[in-house]
Design a protein. Structure first.
Ligand code: KIV
Ligand code: NA
Length: 278
């Protein structure tokens, strides 16, 4: 199949066809996501929490992102892959920002980059877009600002917050972004933003009225997820339990010498055994 384009994404919004996105960080998860028919893969910096074991996305480096993007691209060569710009790699000089973008595109093989923030990063989004790189925005709960936001709580409940988030969304659209992730925002506000924008909104924890949805591979499959299940995540399989059961059976069979069995074992020819051991 042909990978999605930014034009097709926009058309899907116009036609009311929901856009599916999965956050995946490596070859098998990206490959399975592509085979399952997801429209977009995000190599998210949530990899810091989910597969590197950090307690936030702040320690994730550009090197980490390049490494994981390459692996995901190898697994899903026919999918539009977006890579996150990590913490504090797009707030200094434009030169440094564009070098980071170049690494994700050239070394990583991403087709687009995602940046967290609203009005305050609109000029940066515009500069990256003008360089020919599609940009996905990300507003609402922006995990790279967790210490400023004071924790992981639902955004856009008050009218002040709602108006600020609407300004952010419009600024990012105006700057040329091809889509925007809306994280942990009230259903009403996400619906309003979705209606006001002509670029697709991709929601996580932001209700059913966004143009698309994104969930983390490990969360939707209960695959070793670090955090307790959250209200906005729906689990569609319990891979973690299947893995734990499988490994525990392996441990038992080694302890009882049930594994390796004859069918897993190699032998010398009989005459060689005779010759060596009589
Ligand atoms: O890093 C990530 O997985 C994300 C999504 C949750 C939008 O940014
Ligand atoms: Na992210």
């Amino acid at each position: 199949r042909k990978p999605l384009t930014t034009a097709k994404m926009r058309k899907m919004k116009q036609d009311g066809v929901p856009i599916t996105m999965v956050t995946a960080y490596d070859y098998p998860s990206a490959k399975l996501s592509e085979e399952a028919g997801v429209d977009l893969i995000l190599v998210g910096d949530s990899l810091g929490n989910v597969v590197l074991g950090y307690d936030s996305t702040l320690p994730v480096t550009l090197d980490d992102m390049v490494y994981h993007t390459r692996a995901a691209v190898r697994g899903a060569g026919n999918t539009f892959i977006v890579a996150d710009m990590p913490f504090l790699t797009y707030h200094g000089s434009l030169d440094v920002t564009l070098k980071g973008v170049a690494r994700l595109m050239q070394e990583g093989g991403a087709k687009a980059v995602k940046l967290e923030g609203g009005e305050e990063i609109a000029a940066t989004v515009e500069a990256i877009t003008k360089s020919g790189v599609p940009v996905v925005g990300h507003i609402g709960l922006t995990p790279q600002s967790v210490h400023q936001l004071g924790g992981f709580r639902v955004q856009g409940k008050s009218s002040e917050q709602a108006e600020k988030l609407m300004r952010d969304a419009k600024a990012i659209e105006q700057a040329g972004a091809c889509a925007i992730v809306i994280e942990l925002v009230t259903d009403e506000l996400a619906a309003w933003i979705t209606k006001e924008l002509s670029i697709p909104t991709i929601g996580i924890g932001s209700g059913v009225n966004c143009d698309g949805q994104v969930l983390v591979f490990h969360d939707l499959l209960q695959y070793g997820s670090a955090s307790a299940p959250r209200k906005f995540v729906k689990t569609y399989a319990n891979i973690g339990e299947a893995i734990r059961n499988g490994i525990s059976s392996y441990v038992q069979e080694v302890k009882t010498r049930a594994f390796p069995a004859p069918e897993n074992t190699f032998h010398m020819d009989n005459d060689v055994v005779q010759y060596l051991y009589g």
